[in-house]
Ligand binder design. Structure first.
Ligand code: EPU
Length: 348
């Protein structure tokens, strides 16, 4: 996927000014980017970066906009990564290697692999956004994190102006975390990801609702995919109907000792044990118990079915979201002494 040296000098990009972003994010917040370009190839990416450098504009990257809070005026150049490419084949060792370009829609990667008879990604069905976003965010749902299936990532390194490969270890994945969200990864743009699916498939059934929903059906990749889609459709609002960015807060990870008094007082508080004497608390529970489920403030609110999701009832801006976010964070902090952190990326 790398371009030949110097080729980018001849690549034209269509740099547009004052571009509305609401149609480009699932939250649908009213927002305008100072400048906007799309990069469908590495050469177009290089050309966009060169154009930003010439104009002294900061650069932001956008994939499917599924985890993005776009503030009303985004300074600089927004580059939407739209590279396409997909390949899935069985390797000599029996595992399946899937390579997908950053601009591919994540959910299509899931459905295509399952349709080809390759299981391993089905728990991550219907997660919105692109492959690039899925990697940066280390998406996780229904008992599986992307990092568990990731073999390597091809990146464009802005500091050396070169294309290189990162192993899974080098990506420093954690819960909703990767090197791409840190200072060390600020120059890296995901171009594609290679996934390794187990040659001998076995279902991931750790999420409690899955077993129940599957009932007596045989657990095949396609059956699990269907179950996950049904659970999501029941629990989570469809961004095409009601703008949202999925879980708005991360589930807070706290030391066990700090959680113990809370867990003693609140027996229904949902907590998942983690290594290192830590626990992950359900932010949705904390927000609901702090009284915010279904709460509405102007054009934004907290989803009626799931307190972890903030929704745009129409015409909202990032300022409305920020205000609501602060209100919820303060409410949860006062009631439980737990600091919530937002999951989405803010574009400003
Ligand atoms: N809960 C409440 N009230 C609520 C919502 C949830 O009490 O309003 C409780 C539930 O009863 C449940 C617990 O919180 O026992 C956990 O809820 P759920 O299973 O819905 O999952 P979650 O922890 O809220 C995480 C991910 C989701 C992912 C699901 C399923 C984060 C921030 N979110 O949500 O990911 O789909 O698990 O695995 O980790 C996303 O990141 O955008 C996202 C949707």
């Amino acid at each position: 996927m790398s371009g030949g040296a110097g080729l980018h000098r001849n690549t034209m990009i269509d740099l547009k000014l004052d571009v509305p972003l609401e149609g480009l994010t699932t939250f649908g917040l009213r927002s305008t980017a100072e400048a906007y370009a799309e990069a469908a190839t590495t050469d177009e990416l290089r050309a966009a970066l060169a154009a930003a450098r010439e104009r002294n504009l900061p650069v932001h990257f956008l994939g499917g906009g599924a985890n993005t809070v776009a503030m009303p005026r985004v300074k600089g150049l927004v580059v939407r990564v739209t590279m396409k490419g997909f390949d899935a084949r069985r390797a000599a060792d029996g595992d399946v290697l899937v390579t997908a370009a950053a601009g591919e829609v994540w959910d299509e990667v899931v459905s295509r692999t399952v349709a080809q008879g390759f299981g391993g990604l089905e728990n991550l069905a219907a997660v919105p956004g692109t492959v690039g976003g899925a990697v940066v965010q280390n998406i996780g749902a229904y008992g599986l994190e992307l990092a568990e299936r990731l073999e390597s990532v091809t990146v464009y390194d802005r500091s050396s102006e070169s294309v290189r490969m990162l192993t899974r270890e080098a990506c420093d994945f954690g819960y909703r975390h990767s090197i791409f969200k840190t200072e060390a990864g600020k120059d890296l743009v995901v171009l594609s990801a290679t996934l390794r699916l187990p040659g001998e498939w076995s279902p991931v059934m750790t999420y409690k609702g899955i077993d129940e929903a599957l009932g007596d059906a045989e657990p095949t990749p396609a059956a699990l995919e269907a179950v996950v889609r049904a659970i999501r459709a029941k629990k989570l609002p469809d961004p095409k109907v009601l703008g949202n960015a999925g879980s708005f807060f991360k589930n807070p990870v706290v030391p066990k000792v700090a959680a113990r008094p809370l867990l003693t007082v609140h027996q229904s508080l949902v907590a998942y044990p983690l290594g290192g004497a830590r626990v992950k608390l359900a932010a949705g529970w904390l927000i609901e118990q702090a009284g915010f489920k279904g709460y509405r403030s102007g054009p934004v609110g907290v989803c009626e079915n799931h307190a972890l999701i903030l929704v745009n009832y129409g015409g909202a801006t990032g300022e409305d979201v920020l205000r609501l976010m602060k209100e919820i964070t303060a409410g949860v902090e006062t009631k439980f002494g737990i600091a919530l952190e937002p999951e989405p990326v803010f574009l400003e």
